[in-house]
Design a protein around this ligand. Structure first.
Ligand code: KE4
Length: 433
């Protein structure tokens, strides 16, 4: 399909949407504020393709920010959703499908004995924090700069002024008193974690981390980093929370914990486990999870938690992921794409660093390694914006931000990847002129 350089219907739709929705969207990154084109309004998606309302087709590497590991509108997932919806959409009562899903997740993570289903990654992390505070009777949380854990108040914070100082709010509406309950330290810096735990000795309820950071672009954990965090938390009787909302069932069926062999105390899951519907979870050992109401004193609730349509999609999605060697297939596609992008950039004389873990990756415009948020901030964001626009013109839909990841799905074909590499060859050459 001939790609147009303008998106008139999306532009008009965006203008209209702004009359009713702040910024015209229901989640900020969709406004394409970090790039100089768009946003696109989407009409439909199928497999590896997504279609905008101007009739353009794209190879989709956003995948709804992670959930669509099977590709869009997978026939089996659609089938189970259609069957489930005929029986009603929400009961507000327990169902067999929730127990079946809980058992699947428990079987996938050695560190998890029980789970609680909820409706978003934000809710999972917010609950994990409350649970850690209830379990340890301590108040402070350590998080890493550049890691994103949803929009609950204590997560919308930036590093404090000095080393291991308590944080400041990074959003309006977050009280200082809340921000000060979080300490922000650099990712991949174990000395900083040790310093923070020492400085606030006896007060840290949990260390919270994306085991593979994917919200500053993809930044893998340094060799031994996760194990060192595990050891520090054990020594300080602090819980280690892995936010596996992106990595869970993505980089391995058992997430980062399977890939790196480090167990979390509490695991947050989302995205893939909902099969594209609103569903997330947190899990831990029984002695931690039994602190949650109604079994224990830490309150948590939700009208749509374990929604029957979402759990139907979830069970189907996870079932498919246990069959047919999915993760080796995903890895092969991702290795081919990563290598192709590297070669294309080199041929065009563009310096890039590609970070990849399993089927998530980022292409940073820099000639240096990217190991933490400061490194990401030193990359050439302007180059990224030009690359993004050139790729979009050629029908390649990348995340509209240098701080997001590329997601490869089982639906991406060899032809899709070859087309993407060809488009990148052109785009890299174009942005150097
Ligand atoms: P949600 O509340 O958006 O379901 O999940 C929050 C969340 C928690 N933890 C991690 C590691 C996450 O990546 C996210 C959400 N990710 C963003 C994009 N990277 C969602 C996209 C959006 O905000 O629109």
């Amino acid at each position: 399909m001939e790609q147009k350089e303008s998106y008139p219907k999306s532009a008009q739709a965006f203008a209209e949407a702004k009359s009713f929705l702040p910024g015209g969207v229901n989640s900020p990154v969709r406004a394409f504020g970090d790039v100089d084109v768009g946003p696109l309004f989407i009409a439909a998606a199928k497999g590896s393709k997504i279609y905008d309302i101007d009739g353009n087709e794209y190879i989709d590497y956003v995948g709804s920010w992670g959930p669509m590991i099977l590709g869009h509108a997978h026939p089996k997932v659609i089938e189970v959703i259609q069957a489930a919806v005929k029986k009603g959409t929400s009961f507000g009562a327990p169902t067999l499908a929730e127990t079946a899903l809980a058992e699947r997740i428990v079987n996938a993570f050695d560190s998890i004995e029980k789970i609680r289903l909820l409706s978003s990654g934000t809710e999972a992390v917010m609950t994990a924090i409350r649970l850690a505070r209830g379990y340890t009777k301590k108040d402070l949380i350590i998080k890493m700069a550049g890691c994103y854990h949803g929009h609950s108040d204590s997560m919308l914070v930036a590093a404090g002024s000095g080393l291991a100082e308590t944080a400041t709010a990074s959003s309006a509406g977050v009280p200082k008193s809340i921000a000060e309950l979080t300490v922000v330290i650099p990712y991949n810096d174990i000395d900083a974690a040790e310093d923070a735990l020492l400085k606030h000795k006896g007060k840290i309820a949990a260390v919270l981390v994306e085991p593979v950071a994917a919200n500053m672009g993809v930044v893998p954990p340094a060799e031994g980093y996760l194990k060192a965090l595990r050891n520090l938390c054990d020594a300080e009787e602090t819980l280690l929370i892995f936010d596996e909302v992106i990595t869970g069932f993505r980089i391995a069926y058992g997430g980062a914990q399977e890939l790196f062999g480090v167990k979390a105390d509490i695991t947050c899951l989302g995205k893939i486990i909902g099969g594209g519907l609103p569903l997330a979870a947190l899990g831990a050992r029984s002695d931690i999870m039994d602190m949650l109401a109604p079994a224990g004193p830490v309150y948590q609730a939700g009208t749509l938690s374990g929604n029957p349509i979402a759990t139907a999609a979830a069970n189907a999605t996870l079932d498919i992921l246990t069959k047919g060697d999915c993760y080796n297939k995903l890895k092969a596609k991702s290795v081919m794409l990563g290598a192709g992008l590297e070669d294309a950039a080199e041929d065009a004389g563009v310096a890039v660093t590609i970070n990849r873990v399993g089927s998530i990756m980022s292409c940073f415009f820099t000639d240096r390694p990217v190991r933490n948020f400061a490194d990401v901030q030193s990359t050439d964001i302007k180059q990224f914006k030009r690359f993004f626009a050139e790729m979009l013109k050629q029908g390649i839909y990348l995340a509209p931000s240098a701080y997001e990841a590329m997601f490869i799905s089982l639906a991406h074909t060899k032809q899709d990847i070859e087309k993407t590499i060809k488009a990148a060859q052109k785009a890299f050459r174009k942005i150097t002129n």
